[in-house]
Design a protein around this ligand. Structure first.
Ligand code: TYC
Length: 113
């Protein structure tokens, strides 16, 4: 180390044997957490409405949407997509608003993956 004493002594008189070491630290980049968007089954929302929701808000083909709708109908719940927090929140709000507008009790939620 180049100390105050060394500065006073001058460059020819650096009398300690300290060594300066530069340590490399690994850059730590953290990926943002992802959220699963879940669709829940109920006894009243028409199947065709759920299929329309999956096509409209999750970009699924009709066949894909029908498959996922049947999975929710039979199992009670299914993951319909995985998104950033902000996108997941938007999807949930869009589905809930659309269901409310049509007076269906369809429920959509999100959870950290
Ligand atoms: N269980 C509903 C019915 O029999 C259909 C349905 C499927 C409802 C999926 C909600 O997320 C759902 N009409």
């Amino acid at each position: 180390m180049y100390t105050h004493a060394d500065i006073l002594a001058g460059p020819e008189n650096d009398d300690d044997n300290d060594v300066s070491v530069v340590v490399a630290t690994r850059e730590r980049t953290k990926r943002p957490p992802l959220y699963k968007v879940l669709l829940l089954n109920d006894d009243y929302t028409p199947m065709e409405f759920v299929v329309a929701v999956l096509e409209r808000f999750f970009g699924m083909s009709h066949a894909q949407a029908f498959d996922i709708m049947l999975t929710v109908h039979k199992k009670g719940v299914a993951v319909v997509g995985v998104f950033s927090h902000e996108i997941a929140e938007t999807k949930v709000a869009q589905v809930m608003d659309f269901a409310r507008q049509h007076q269906h009790p369809l429920q959509c939620t999100m959870e950290k993956e």
